[in-house]
Design a protein around this ligand. Structure first.
Ligand code: NDP
Length: 403
C-alpha cells in the first residue's frame, strides 16, 4: 500500500519495524535510517529472521534536513515515521514538508535545554501542512496515542461529553536491574522529574514531582502505587475536548525507582544544562544515559504485565445521565518478547506507531494538517489494536473515581 521511512533505531523502533514487516500488504517497502547504522542493520537482521521480509537501512543524522529530504526522495517514502527522540521532531517535519511526505511521531517536540512538554511548536506547523496537502500525526504511541484514541472512541460511542478523565499507566514488569527506565532514560527522567501539572477548572494545577501518591488495583496486575505527573496528552485532550473539567495522568513507580531518581536528581546527575568537567562540557543527564541499561535490551529478562488506560466520566449518549467507563489494554512483557524480541513498553509504543502509520497509508487519516490522535476517527485504529497484539476492554464503573 505504501513506502515507509522509519527514523530512529532504538527500542520502540525495533518493535514498530517488526510489526510493519508483519503487515507487508500495508507497508510494502520499509527503509530504516538512524544515526548509528549498525543498530538499523541489527533490527533488519532480526526482521528477516522472524518474518522473512527484507528492509533497507541507511545512516542518517536527522538534524541534516537536506540529507533527510534526499533519503525521502530516494526511497519514495509516502510517510516518515519518527521514532528518534523528541528533539528531532521539528527538523523531521521540515524535511517532510520539503520532500512532500506525510509525518508521524510518538512524542512532542522538546528543546534539549528545556523540559517543557508543550505542543505549541508543532501546532505552529498546522498551516504549512495544510497548504502542502500533507498530514502530520502527533503522538502515535500508547500514551500519548492509544489513550487519546480511547478517549475519542468513548466520545464517539459512549459519552456525549467528557467531564473528567484520568489516564492510568501501570508497568508491573520486573527485571534484574537495580535501576532501569523502560524507555529512553534521558526522556523518561526529564518527564518523571518535571512538576506534576494537571488540568482543573480551566487552569493548570502544579504540585511537586512524585508527591501525590494513590494506590490503585490494576486489572491483570493488582494493587500498585501510582503518582500524579504531567504528560503531554493532558494539553491536547483539554484543548480538543474543551468541556473537560479535570484531566490527570498517573504512572506507577516502585519505591526503589523513586529513591534512585531522587538521589540522582539531588546530586545533579539529571541536570539538562551543560557543566564543565575536567575542561570538557558535558550534560549530566546524557552521561547518566550512557551508564544506564538500554531499555531496548531488557526484553529477555522482563517479566510481568503493563496495563494502560483511561477512566472517563461524562453524560451518556443514550440520555441515561452521567456514566463512568474504564477502557484499557493489558500487555504481557514475555509475550511481546516472544513475538518481536521487545519488552512491553517498546511494544505498546511501537505497535500504535505502526497502526497510526497504517491509517495514513490506508487513506483513513489523510486530512491535510497537524493532528493529535483524539481529533481523528478512532474505529479502524481500535480494530487494528485488537488484531495486532494490543486488545482492549471497556467496562462501566459504578461512578466517578474517588481519588
Ligand atoms: P531510544 O533511545 O532507544 O532510540 C532512539 C533512536 O533515535 C536511537 O536509535 C538514536 O540513535 C536515534 N537518534 C537520536 N538522535 C538522532 C538523530 N539526530 N538522527 C537520527 N537518529 C537519531 O529511544 P526509545 O526507542 O526508547 O524511544 C523512541 C521515542 O519514543 C522517543 O521519542 C520516546 O519519547 C518515545 N516514546 C513514546 C511513548 C508513547 O507511549 N507515546 C512511550 C515510550 C517512548 P543512536 O542509537 O545513535 O543513539
Amino acid at each position: 500500500m505504501g513506502k515507509t521511512l522509519v527514523v530512529g533505531a532504538g527500542g520502540v523502533s525495533h518493535a514498530a519495524v517488526h510489526k510493519m514487516a508483519m503487515n507487508s500488504d500495508i507497508f510494502t517497502d520499509i527503509t530504516l535510517a538512524s544515526r548509528t547504522k549498525s543498530k538499523c542493520d541489527a533490527i533488519a537482521k532480526s526482521v528477516k529472521e522472524r518474518t522473512g521480509v527484507d528492509i533497507k537501512t541507511a545512516e542518517l543524522d536527522a538534524y541534516k534536513v537536506a540529507d533527510t529530504v534526499k533519503l525521502i526522495k530516494e526511497t519514495g517514502a509516502e510517510i516518515l515515521v519518527n521514532l528518534a527522540l523528541p528533539y528531532q521532531d521539528l527538523v523531521l517535519m521540515d524535511a517532510c514538508l520539503e520532500a512532500g511526505c506525510h509525518y508521524l511521531d510518538t512524542a512532542n517536540y522538546e528543546p534539549e535545554d528545556e523540559a517543557k512538554f508543550e505542543y505549541h511548536w508543532q501546532w505552529a506547523y498546522q498551516d504549512k501542512f495544510k497548504q502542502a496537502g500533507l498530514t502530520a500525526i502527533l503522538g502515535s504511541g500508547f500514551d500519548p496515542g492509544v489513550t487519546s484514541v480511547f478517549a475519542k472512541w468513548l466520545k464517539k460511542h459512549k459519552l456525549d461529553t467528557i467531564r473528567q478523565i484520568d489516564v492510568l499507566d501501570a508497568n508491573g514488569g520486573q527485571n534484574d536491574q537495580e535501576f532501569a527506565t523502560n524507555f529512553n532514560p534521558e526522556i523518561n527522567l526529564r518527564e518523571v522529574l518535571a512538576d506534576a501539572r494537571h488540568w482543573e477548572n480551566g487552569e493548570w494545577k502544579v504540585t511537586p514531582a512524585m508527591t501525590h501518591k494513590v494506590e490503585f488495583d490494576f486489572p491483570g496486575i493488582g494493587p500498585k502505587n501510582m503518582y500524579l505527573m504531567y504528560h503531554e496528552e493532558l494539553e491536547s485532550l483539554s484543548t480538543h475536548f474543551p468541556e473537560i473539567e479535570r484531566a490527570r495522568f498517573w504512572m506507577t513507580f516502585g519505591d526503589a525507582y523513586i529513591t534512585h531518581a531522587k538521589v540522582l536528581q539531588n546530586v545533579g546527575m539529571t541536570r539538562i544544562d551543560p557543566v564543565v568537567h575536567n575542561g570538557v562540557e558535558i550534560i549530566p543527564i546524557q552521561f547518566l544515559k550512557t551508564l544506564l541499561p538500554d531499555p531496548g535490551d531488557l526484553g529477555a529478562e522482563t517479566k510481568g504485565k503493563a496495563c494502560i488506560g483511561d477512566i472517563a466520566t461524562g453524560q451518556a449518549k443514550d440520555g441515561s445521565g452521567e456514566k463512568t467507563y474504564y477502557i484499557y489494554n493489558i500487555c504481557d512483557h514475555e509475550e511481546c518478547y516472544r513475538e518481536v524480541g521487545s519488552q512491553a513498553v517498546s511494544y505498546t509504543t511501537g505497535v500504535p506507531a505502526m497502526i497510526g502509520a497504517a491509517q495514513v497509508l490506508k487513506g483513513n487519516w489523510r486530512e491535510p494538517g497537524v493532528w493529535n490522535m483524539e481529533q481523528l476517527d478512532p474505529d479502524d485504529f481500535m480494530d487494528m489494536l485488537n488484531k495486532h497484539g494490543l486488545p482492549w476492554q471497556v467496562h462501566e464503573l459504578d461512578g466517578p473515581v474517588e481519588f
